[in-house]
Design a protein around this ligand. Structure first.
Ligand SMILES: C/C(=C\C(=O)O)CCOP(=O)(O)O
Length: 132
């Protein structure tokens, strides 16, 4: 599936999908990689090593730095997919060198949980590697 390149590089992992936006500052613990926002659909789940898909970022601009801190701590997502990104997530992914794309076709939402996907941030493509 073809999307838009945001941050270069290639990353593979199990798809973790949030129907809701994510605030990295105060919403994700950079020391554990776990979503800690109360009531968030991903609350309690680790984003480390996953291909993290969510609509777009929300909250503080400091979220870019939290994404960088996650990478420094070895807890970053393998790649990020947004429906339509905005500067906080895009900057975080670029400075942390996390592959990132957005603007995928609607069929992307048909991929079942547990699918392993590869995100190519150079070309903007995502490919399905199978289910685990
Ligand atoms: C630079 C900021 C905070 C800090 O140094 O901790 C301000 C961030 O402003 P937001 O309105 O939260 O983006």
């Amino acid at each position: 599936m073809q999307g838009r390149s945001i941050s270069k590089g290639t990353g593979s992992g199990e798809l973790l999908v949030s129907s809701e936006p994510i605030s990295f500052l105060s919403g994700v613990d950079p020391e554990t990689g776990i979503v800690v926002e109360h009531g968030h659909p991903l609350e309690g789940q680790s984003i480390a090593g996953r291909v993290l898909a969510f609509p777009y970022g929300k909250g503080s601009t400091v979220g870019s730095y939290v994404i960088y801190a996650l990478k420094q701590n070895g807890l970053a997502p393998a790649a990020i997919i947004n429906t339509e990104t905005e500067p906080i997530i895009a900057v975080g992914a670029i400075i942390a060198e996390i592959p990132m794309i957005d603007r995928l076709p609607p069929e992307f939402s048909d991929l079942p949980p547990g699918t392993t996907v590869t995100v190519n941030g150079d070309t903007g493509e995502v490919s399905c590697d199978g289910t685990s």
